[in-house]
Design a protein around this ligand. Structure first.
Ligand SMILES: N[C@@H](CCC[C@H](N)C(=O)O)C(=O)O
Length: 302
């Protein structure tokens, strides 16, 4: 095949952004005509052959979403965060992604703020932007309802899963639903969180049907914890917003029950997040969002 006759590769505009270094490639699809194949998502997320990110977010009108349950949200939220993990799989929610998505909408004049409602596969989420302590914008997102997944079967401590990690005895974990699935494990004081090998996925027993994001946590003091995470569809990431919320809620639950408006600081390798237990079994996540670059990339077709 001559170079002249090589098929053209679709040119895709993108913005690279991150929230506490959980990084995303955002692709505007403002009339819903573009779509993204799994291969295009994997290419965009590829750190060597593509742009690089833990996830890919298509910015698309809610009325153009493929899923009818999402289209039904169009009256409440104009824009849909079509979230895909780096392996191409679809996720219901991404806490850090919601902040970056709203930062993008505001920058592009697609929303006016200070409050913006966005559609996700786990319902409508409302974000409020304000000036953070460092003078940079801070985004607080009502992540909506949460629950301990196996509430009917759990023991007094709420453990329902055993988690195997390289070099450690199996540890008990608690499953939580934040729109997407999480298993939170409190590490013993004797284990060094930073030393854990998360290059392979922790093995869960029983294995959840749709997989899970796994958070390893250690309390650092009252209302303060540190966490590492292995994300479903990605691998270890430097932060996970819904994971930070799950971790804080698990610790609140283990020490009784969350109090209304109780706030926890969550330190992750990529920065710091704050989690607030809202009245009515809801939860809020607050943190930064940064847009770092814009460009156009030629992608494979499929
Ligand atoms: N990083 C995200 C979660 C992204 C989706 C997750 N990997 C899943 O498959 O559920 C966050 O900030 O919440």
């Amino acid at each position: 095949m001559s170079i002249e006759s090589a098929p053209t590769r679709p040119a895709v505009p993108f913005t690279k952004g991150h929230g506490t270094q959980n990084d995303f490639v955002l692709v505007p699809d403002l009339d819903g005509a573009r779509g993204l194949t799994d291969a295009q998502v994997r290419f965009l997320a590829d750190r060597r052959g593509g742009i690089g990110g833990d996830g890919v977010i298509r910015v698309v009108p809610t009325r153009c979403a493929e899923e009818s349950e999402v289209r039904a949200l169009a009256d409440e939220a104009e824009w849909f965060m079509d979230y895909r993990n780096a392996d191409g799989s679809r996720a219901e929610m991404c806490g850090n992604g919601t902040r970056v998505f709203v930062a993008y909408l505001l920058r592009e004049g697609l929303a006016s703020g200070p409050e913006a409602a966005i559609a996700t596969r786990a319902g409508v989420k409302v974000a409020r932007v304000s000036e953070g302590e460092n003078g940079e914008p801070s985004y607080a997102v009502d992540l909506g309802p949460w629950r301990v997944t196996h509430a009917d079967t759990v023991g007094a401590q709420g453990y329902d899963t055993l988690v195997a990690l390289p070099g450690l005895e199996p540890l008990p974990g608690m499953s939580l639903d934040l729109g997407n699935p999480h298993v939170v494990i409190a590490l013993p004081d004797t284990a060094d969180l930073m030393d854990l090998d998360l290059t392979t996925a922790p093995v869960l027993n029983p294995a959840p049907e749709s997989g899970a994001n796994v958070e390893l946590v250690q309390p650092l003091g009252p209302g303060h914890l540190q966490m590492r995470v292995h994300e479903r569809g990605v691998g270890e990431t430097r932060s996970c917003g819904t994971g930070a919320a799950a971790a804080a809620l698990a610790l609140m639950t283990w020490s009784g029950a969350p109090h209304d408006n109780e706030v926890w600081r969550v330190d992750v390798p990529g920065g710091t997040l704050h989690v607030r237990a809202l009245p009515g079994q809801r939860v809020e996540l607050a943190g930064p969002a940064v847009l770092v670059a814009d460009g156009v990339v030629e992608t494979p077709r499929d």
